[in-house]
Each structure stands twice: as C-alpha cells, then as structure tokens.
Design a protein around this ligand. Sequence first.
Ligand SMILES: Nc1ncnc2c1ncn2[C@@H]1O[C@H](COP(=O)(O)OP(=O)(O)OP(=O)(O)O)[C@@H](O)[C@H]1O
Ligand SMILES: [Mg+2]
Length: 363
Amino acid sequence: MILAEGLRCVFGAREREALSMLRAGESRTAIMERTGTVVALDDVGLRVDEGELLVVMGLSGSGKSTLLRCLNRLVTPSSGSIRVAGQDVMAMGSRELRRFRRRTFGMVFQHFALLAHRTVLQNVEFGLEIQGVARRERRRAAEQALDLVGLAGWEDKRPGQLSGGMKQRAGLARALAADASILLMDEAFGALDPLIRHDMQAELVALQRRLRKTIVFVSHDLDEAVALGGRIALMMDGAIVQDGTAESILAAPATPYVKRFVAHIDVSSVLRVATLADRSATPPRGSWPVLQGDMTLREALPLLAEGPDGLAVQDEAGRTIGVLSRRAALAALARQPLKEEPAWPSLSPASRSPSYATASSIG
Ligand SMILES: Nc1ncnc2c1ncn2[C@@H]1O[C@H](COP(=O)(O)OP(=O)(O)OP(=O)(O)O)[C@@H](O)[C@H]1O
Ligand SMILES: [Mg+2]
C-alpha cells in the first residue's frame, strides 16, 4: 500500500519562503510573483491499496508527474510523509533509497528509454543486471516478461527495429521483469497511435488482473482513465480536487472545474448497470440474458436491444438485485452532457497557472 500525506513540493531558489507563504494560505500566483518559486504540490494526500490501479489525471502542469516522482523520491517533497509497504520513504538515506526504488518500483515513461545498442532481451534484462541477478535467472525473467506483453520472438531485435507500440511493450516488459510490486507509469501510452493505445490499455487491464500489481498511472486523457477502469484522482494546480471511480465523479462532481472536466465523458462507458437497475421491479419471465451489475451500460446495450423490455441484473454472487429497462438505459444515455463548451480551459501560459480558479465561474 502507498500512503502519502500532506505532500508539498516547490521548485525554485526561495523554497523556505515559498513554503511559509503557502502555509499562511497565500495563493500560488502570489508565491510565484514574490519568490519566483513554482508550487507543484500543495498538501496532497494519496492512498493506493495493494493490487489497485489509480489513474492520476489533470491538465498539463497540474503536478501529476511531480506527485508520481515523489512516491519513490525521484523528487523529494519539501514536506509531508510517504509510506510504501509500511516503510517510511522520507526517512531513507540515499543508498537505502536506491535499493528500495529498484526492488519496489518499476517505471514506464512516455518515451520508451530503451538502449539502442542492446537487443530487446538485453534491454528487458537491464534492471535485473544492475541488481546483480545471475545471468540465467535474469534471462528467464526477461523472456517471461516479453511473453506476457506479447513480444515473444522479438528478443534479438534492436529497439530501432520495433514499432512505437512494440517499444512501449518492451518498456513495460522491462518494468515487469524486475518483478516490482508497484508500477509507476507516466503518460506511458502517450506516444502511441489511438488504436494501438486502446490495445495497450486493454492489455494493461488484463495484465493487472492477472498479476495484481499496484499501478499508479498518470494520464491527461479522460478516455484513457475510464478505459483503465480504476479509481481516478483528479488534480488541479498541485492539489487533488476529487478522488473516486469515474462513475462517482460523474454522479457528483466536487467542483465546477471537475464538472467541466467530465463534461465530455461517454456516460455509457462509465455508468454501471447496478447503478441504473430498478431494485423493486420484477425480472421478466422466460430464459432471457441476465446482466451483471458491474457491466457498463455500453456492454449491456446490445443485450437490452433484444428480448423483453427489461433484463434481470445480478450481483457478483449471482443474486438478482433488480431490473434494467430499456427506458432507464435510454434516460441515462439522454443525460449525456451536451457538447457545447470546450472541455479544456485554454492552455496558454497566462491561463495555465493558478487562474484555473476562473473555471469555477464558468460552471
Ligand atoms: N524540475 C522542475 N523544476 C522546476 N519546475 C518544475 C520541475 N518539475 C516540475 N516543475 C513545475 O511544477 C509544475 C507541475 O509540473 P508537473 O510536471 O508535475 O506537471 P504535469 O501535471 O505532469 O504536467 P504534464 O501533463 O505537462 O506532464 C509545473 O508548473 C512545472 O513547471
Ligand atoms: Mg507530466
């Protein structure tokens, strides 16, 4: 489990002054103006359970990468506490930290960071090599990881001979080979074509189910966050403004900014059948398909389109919990937000910094 509390992180020469201004409740703009110091994280808390996938989302500059890098102290926060698997990360000395990082974390970045002169296999082995793992054992781990990501047979190629998607798979294999329990992924699929990106998202979800890794995945893409299906922590101006499943965020956006952020979400891929089911209705008689409560509305639509007007909904234990009618499904789809306003505030430098506050006036 990862548990971070009260993380503050500022970049600039006048760190102490900036921090005391921050504690005194001064705005990021005021701090920037007076000290020239950027507040990247302002009192961020985060909890990721073992085997959970958390997507950290937010616009450019909101502090996602900084937060991710604080978790294994590639960036040391100015204050706050970080515990990973019960260990106090802030208290670690540099040697201990290096070992801890190598053992516990695998990192995957947008740019694949593969070594061009090494073969794919040698790249995947690299982390284990640094750890001093014996040759035969690291070969076995690397081959297994390549197999997992669908790159068996490509061991002897050089990175230059791979497509973007294959390079990203190799990068993922490298992180998996080291058998770290936590994967930190920063815009890991950001450089991929949309179709390949979708494939990779689906494969990551499948891998996650199989391997039960703890994953913190940074993305600025809402569709990606929804596709990965985990909990979402939405950041703005160095703070987490809302944290929950896509469905819960959609149902009750915490701020006008969040509301705008999710305005273009495809509700059919977020809403769960269990949420929409009428708990008091009687299921149709006859042998009709049954919907699972954790299905998305999108998955249920083809089944709803045929058969009677309403299908039974079951929970995980196979108990009938209600009925989803075509009418309720259509009504949910009709609530799809209208696509009038641009979802993204302007990204010009002037509006980038703390002026996101203006989003609240748009609401
Ligand atoms: N090493 C650094 N030195 C100075 N400022 C930094 C440094 N790293 C990040 N920042 C600043 O901290 C803020 C948060 O940056 P961060 O990279 O965490 O944002 P992000 O959400 O990952 O953005 P993006 O989506 O563009 O990657 C930004 O204003 C950025 O300019
Ligand atoms: Mg980033």
